[in-house]
Design a protein around this ligand. Structure first.
Ligand code: CTP
Ligand code: MG
Length: 181
């Protein structure tokens, strides 16, 4: 695969993992997953991780993946790349995995004394990537191996923090998010 195709495949394959967290920012809120419980002095997860955000974020990611699967042949032809389609379990793994990665990061943030909204450079940008890739690799190893080749993974690790910083910066400027990370 040439460089441009690698970039396009990486972006396409990760889109169902990129969108859930943003959907949660827009549509989340309400009852926190940890129900207010603490572990030691700190909240288990904090008020920023809610049932609604997690469920709606996952649903939006799955819906997007199914839409992309329909568009893959047409867009792939136009761009002259073979693009992945997303079987339902893969769609679910990418979206839910992204949400779980973000939740795991909040757990680590609270254990390291960071309040809700505090930055954790590196973790903030890649938590959802690790969650999405890990769950997808477990749910469908063959699909994972076919599309997340080493070059694609390398692109994902470099591209994702840039996209994440960009979209969160925009969300912050538009007053949709409290902090720009
Ligand atoms: N959100 C949600 N449910 C999730 C993830 C996010 O409802 N599973 C919503 C919350 O309103 C949250 C906002 O999206 O405040 C921003 O998400 P994020 O930056 O991940 O949370 P923080 O509030 O910064 O909390 P934390 O320090 O735990 O990351
Ligand atoms: Mg945050």
């Amino acid at each position: 695969m040439d460089v441009v195709s690698t970039l396009v495949v990486a972006f396409w394959a990760m889109l169902p993992a990129y969108v859930p967290n943003n959907a949660a920012v827009l549509l989340g809120g309400g009852r926190p997953i940890d129900g207010g419980r603490t572990l030691g002095e700190r909240r288990v997860l904090g008020d920023g991780k809610t049932w609604r955000g997690t469920i709606v974020g996952t649903a939006v990611g799955v819906a997007l993946a199914l839409g992309l699967s329909e568009l893959a042949p047409t867009v792939g032809d136009a761009a002259n790349v073979t693009l992945p389609t997303f079987p339902l379990p893969v769609a679910f793994a990418l979206a839910l995995g992204a949400m779980l990665g973000d939740i795991g990061a909040s757990f680590l943030k609270r254990r390291t004394g960071r309040e809700r909204g505090a930055a954790f450079p590196g973790l903030d940008q890649l938590d959802f990537v690790v969650g999405a890739l890990a769950l997808t690799a477990v749910v469908d190893p063959a699909w994972f191996g076919e599309w997340f080749t080493w070059p694609v993974l390398a692109v994902v690790v470099v591209l994702t923090p840039l996209l994440h910083i960009g979209t969160n910066g925009v969300a912050y400027v538009l007053d949709l998010k409290q902090e720009p990370w």
